[in-house]
Write a new protein. Structure first.
Length: 109
């Protein structure tokens, strides 16, 4: 396959690319570390970066984490209530089936 020295011999002007590939660093940065990292601006405090931007980003992440937990808890409760409702419906239908069987047994033949 291709190796970095071989590419550098063939294309001497791209020697700086090997440094980019080997560094492994991301061009995106951390949340709240400043503007220009993709997506929307996020507000002036987050655009400025620094500790306030990181703190606001952490608060935002915490907010959405808590919202997600609330949604999951609501979903769990809804599922429990639906299961209880369906068990009650099954019980009522079984009782109706028994009543109808008794009725059919008591019919004159």
């Amino acid at each position: 396959m291709f190796s970095i020295p071989r590419i550098q011999r063939r294309y001497p002007n791209v020697s700086h690319l090997s440094k980019l590939f080997s560094s492994g660093s991301s061009q995106l940065g951390d949340l709240g570390s400043g503007a220009g990292k993709g997506g929307g601006g996020g507000g002036t405090i987050r655009e400025a970066g620094g500790s306030f931007g990181k703190m606001e980003a952490a608060r935002e992440e915490e907010y959405f984490y808590k919202k997600q937990l609330e949604q999951l808890e609501r979903l769990k409760n809804d599922q429990i209530h639906q299961a209880e409702y369906h068990h009650q419906q099954i019980k009522e239908h079984e009782e109706a089936i028994e009543r109808h069987k008794i009725f059919l047994d008591n019919l004159p033949k």
